[in-house]
Ligand binder design. Sequence first.
Ligand code: DX5
Ligand code: ZN
Length: 217
Amino acid sequence: MNIQIAPSILSADFACLGQEARRMELAGADLLHIDVMDGHFVPNITIGAPVVYCLRKVTKLPFDVHLMISEPDRYVDAFVDAGANMVTVHAECPSADEALKQLRHRGVKCALSVKPGTPVDAVYPYLDKLDMVLVMTVEPGFGGQSFMTDMLPKIRTLRQWADQFGLPLDIQVDGGVDVNTAPLAIAAGANILVAGTAVFYSDDPKATIRKLRSGRA
Ligand code: DX5
Ligand code: ZN
């Protein structure tokens, strides 16, 4: 399987986001993962669409926008206008369905995410309408947490469903992904790995990205 690496800009130096995005592009990243938090869905506040708009001018990397916000339907258009190529909304949000409809209408890739406490069954009714499912392997809100191995069965279930129904579903894993945990996620069936701390704090991000992609510890 083709494995893609999406460095999470949450671990970047926010005083020079443009350079940080370029640094990841040069290091061989496949996507740039942008964590949007509203201080309500999660206990942290990060960045909004204006920042995405400015970043769009400095890198060609596709933008993978992870909306950890309570009312994604209110902001989908703003993020697509700002340059998002794919947008993930959380299954726990009452307006997730509406946000997915808007994303499909706008013609960008759409994804649904489950927090650790949410069963993977929550995405089942949407499977054939999704480009990607994001399995959170930490409680969303902060970088630098430890990978929850008890989330691996969710990834296996999703890969089984995708195979069973012949769906070209991407399975993304986010939280605590490093060179030790990446092989577990890949073996379970994930094909897009988000990594914040592991890549941004690496002495050699290029080598780390290559290693993460290899699936070998
Ligand atoms: C957590 C975010 C993640 C986070 C990952 O809520 O969704 O994308 O930045 O950071 P690491 O790789 O450090 O766990
Ligand atoms: Zn994320």
